[in-house]
Design a protein around this ligand. Structure first.
Ligand SMILES: Nc1ncnc2c1ncn2[C@@H]1O[C@H](COP(=O)(O)OP(=O)(O)OP(=O)(O)O)[C@@H](O)[C@H]1O
Ligand SMILES: [Mg+2]
Length: 284
């Protein structure tokens, strides 16, 4: 199967500054792939190269089998985009904007249904200048979906959403997956990545430092943490074999006639792995 997106040794420089320094990954059709990483890591640069908004400095890029730098019409019709920041004619209404963009595509979704999908029906007649930040972002999402694309780029699609709106947007993304669409997503919400992405890549200083399913990420991810409270302090052990460790700890405690208070077995969350892997970048 041809990947929906294929990136090999991508580089992008702005003048003497190299924002992307040899990024490679592939996204299979029907997959949701998340790009994570600190501010300035190179996520938007990478995504915008894939969208055909920016030219690359070096490397190979294929989107639905084509080179996005050629900006061919066929590709534009099959791809939907939520830009990280999106200016928009202030005086058009939500309905006018969505209906207008529907006409650009050969087989668009129904505008009303798309407005409903992102939860903007009540604001369909509002001018975009009168929308709240989160509502404007929902309009961006509607505009990305209106062409019924096979591949959707979502650059921080839920930034500024209230918790309920984020859940709604997650539902929309899951629905896209059910329809067999491919999604490339960037986000700073690690719960969002954990919730939605089949695989994620963590980008730091223009390079991928870790990649895999959110649950399996990071060098320490096979390790479990077993902790309990002893003499008022939480004691923590790390292990690859919690069964054996628990057996030892609990039999020792029982032999002493004690109980292990507050006993917990946990694994590092995606957030902990992320912070560990990107720590230097934060300090810099
Ligand atoms: N047009 C530009 N000219 C010069 N430098 C740029 C340009 N666009 C981005 N950069 C720089 O490239 C680096 C990567 O930026 P990019 O927007 O790709 O980061 P990002 O990972 O999307 O960050 P964020 O999480 O803040 O959105 C940053 O250091 C940024 O300042
Ligand atoms: Mg960005």
């Amino acid at each position: 199967m041809t990947p929906a997106i294929e990136v090999v040794d991508l580089h992008k420089s702005y003048g003497s500054f190299e924002a992307v320094r040899g990024v490679s990954f592939a996204v299979e059709p029907g997959e949701i792939f998340g790009l994570l990483g600190p501010n300035g890591a190179g996520k938007t640069t990478t995504v915008e190269i894939l969208e055909g908004y920016r030219d690359r400095s070096a490397g190979e890029v294929r989107v639905l089998g084509r080179d996005p730098q050629q900006r061919d019409r066929h590709l534009q019709e099959r791809v939907g985009i939520v830009l990280q920041s999106c200016g928009f004619y202030r005086r058009v209404t939500v309905r006018e904007a969505v209906t207008h963009f529907a006409k650009v595509y050969p087989s668009p979704r129904d505008p009303e249904e798309t407005i409903a999908l992102v939860g903007l029906l009540e604001k369909a007649n509002a001018q975009t200048k009168d929308l709240s930040g989160g509502q404007r972002r929902r309009l961006d999402l509607a505009l990305a979906l209106i062409g019924d694309p096979d591949l959707v780029f979502l650059d921080e699609p839920t930034t500024g959403f209230d918790p309920a709106a984020r859940r709604t947007a997650w539902g929309v993304v899951r629905r896209l997956k059910e329809l067999g669409k491919t999604v490339l997503l960037t986000t700073h919400y690690l719960d969002e990545a954990q919730e939605l992405a089949d695989r994620v890549a963590i980008v730091k200083d223009g390079r991928i430092v870790a990649e895999g399913p959110p649950d399996s990420l990071g060098p320490g991810s096979s390790r479990y943490r077993v902790s309990y409270i002893s003499q008022g302090r939480r004691v923590e052990h790390q292990t690859d074999d919690p069964t054996e460790l628990l057996h030892r700890l609990t039999s020792d405690a029982v032999a002493r006639g004690e109980r292990l208070e507050g006993l917990e077995v946990t694994r590092p969350t995606l957030e902990e792995v992320y912070l560990e892997l990107t720590r230097e970048a934060d300090a810099a």
